[in-house]
Design a protein. Structure first.
Length: 192
């Protein structure tokens, strides 16, 4: 009896393999691709020295190292956005630089995680004359002294969503100048 049951199971195994689909299932979620968009916003902590110069004009620039590689799309490089005409807001809750697009992929690709982004330096100045505030923040490097205005990148913020969709947020913060560079990474679904 056991032998007969065993033999019937041996016959069913090849039949099950013959009926199973060989290729990927059409319309499956794995076939959907993605492309990414990165936005930037700069704000100041409530105790930032720059907020003492309400109404002063200034400029900021920073460097972002970006690595976004997949089979369909490869990008590695340094982005250097600059904002030449910034007005210091009259309160701590308002950003110095409004959210704006920093980078966006043109090509949809396989899902392979988020692009790697790091703010490596932040520079600029606000006001003129004796009250001028200079900003020069950089990352810490192995073998070098800790910079006076150290820039701490990669502070993970809570994910959220806005009018552009779901985003993952990361912050770089300067220690002495107390400025925040927030990067929002938007994964945008591509449908076949």
């Amino acid at each position: 009896m056991r032998f007969r049951r065993f033999c019937s199971l041996l016959v069913l195994v090849p039949l099950a393999f013959a009926l199973s689909p060989v290729g990927p299932v059409q319309g499956a979620a794995a076939e959907m691709g993605v492309r990414h968009r990165i936005d930037v916003m700069v704000s100041a902590e409530p105790d930032a020295p720059v907020l003492r110069r309400k109404g002063a004009r200034g400029e900021l620039s920073f460097t972002v190292r970006l690595s976004a590689n997949s089979k369909e799309s490869k990008f590695f490089g340094m982005l250097r956005p600059s904002f030449p005409d910034i007005l210091v807001p009259d309160g701590p809750g308002k950003p110095l630089v409004q959210q704006s697009k920093l980078w966006e992929e043109d090509v949809c690709h396989q899902r392979r995680g988020l692009p790697k982004v790091t703010v490596t330096q932040l520079g600029g100045h606000f006001a003129q004359g004796e009250g001028r505030i200079e900003i020069s923040a950089i990352n810490r490097h192995i073998g070098l002294l800790v910079p006076p205005d150290e820039l701490t990148p990669g502070i993970k913020l809570d994910q959220g969503s806005d009018s552009l969709g779901l985003f993952y947020a990361f912050r770089a913060q300067s220690r002495n100048s107390r400025l925040n560079v927030d990067l929002k990474i938007y994964p945008i679904d591509c449908f076949p």
